[in-house]
Design a protein around this ligand. Structure first.
Ligand SMILES: *Cc1c(COP(=O)(O)O)cnc(C)c1O
Length: 234
């Protein structure tokens, strides 16, 4: 077996142990948490090997790469996790099982209209800038509290919940308040959102902080480096 595959399989087993342990600490079933490996650092050859290793939910953050890769691997459950401009919606919608990163009302409205045009119901999450960093996309927590009407006004979207990115910290405990903020926003909005949306998901946690995110209620963790750092398919 190639170095790439054997290394990746070892890392997959370690990640699985860490996710399972975090679920246990939080008294949550392992099935609550979906791991979304983020393949942006991989070459196309690396992506093939990742799929061969058994990864089947994958995330990409750049539209052009997302389109190429999702079209080339149609049996994967593809997650779009990056900033999406409105002129990229049309091509993204048919390929994305879940768009994690709806960061404005304008984008939400445009996605709803395009999903209607394509005669589909698309699943999305709303991105919240829960850490308050100036450079980040996303609704402020204050604005997010007022989103129920906009969510309920959509007709071709299922708004499944919220997503955030914590500020990177050497000590992941420092990310806990950001994740707790997202969870309390979800808990505030859920009873105000129409039941058909099944508004309950929390996409939060990356390589540096995913265990804390799971302890705080993450249902999707988006993991890149912990799987793929330093791996090159030859
Ligand atoms: C790259 C990326 C990740 C994964 O980051 P790692 O720290 O490598 O795990 C998660 N979410 C988003 C939005 C990303 O762009």
């Amino acid at each position: 077996m190639s170095h790439f595959l054997s290394t990746l399989r070892t890392r997959m087993a370690l990640v699985e142990q860490r996710v399972t342990a975090a679920c246990q600490r939080a008294a949550r079933p392992r099935s609550d948490v979906t791991i979304v490996p983020v393949t942006k650092s991989l070459s196309v050859e690396g992506l093939k090997l990742a799929i061969e290793a058994g990864l089947d939910n994958l995330g990409e953050n750049r539209p052009q790469e997302f389109w190429k890769r999702a079209a080339a691997a149609p049996n994967i459950t593809w997650h779009f996790i990056g900033h999406l401009q409105r002129n990229k919606i049309e091509k993204t919608l048919p390929l994305a099982s879940l768009i994690h990163s709806v960061d404005t009302i304008r984008l939400l409205v445009a996605l709803d209209a395009e999903a209607g045009k394509q005669n589909r119901v698309s699943e999305v999450l709303l991105e919240v800038n829960a850490s308050g960093e100036a450079s980040k996309h996303g609704f402020s927590p204050e604005d997010a509290r007022n989103l129920a009407d906009a969510i309920n006004a959509t007709s071709h979207l299922k708004v499944r919940g919220l997503m955030t990115m914590a500020e990177p910290h050497a000590d992941p405990e420092k990310c806990r308040p950001t994740f707790a903020t997202l969870r309390s926003l979800r808990d505030y909005l859920a009873p105000r959102v129409l039941a058909g949306h099944e508004f309950r998901e929390l996409s939060m946690g990356m390589t540096g902080d995913f265990e804390v995110a799971i302890e705080e209620g993450a249902t999707f963790v988006r993991l890149g480096s912990v799987y793929f750092e330093g791996l090159e398919a030859s």
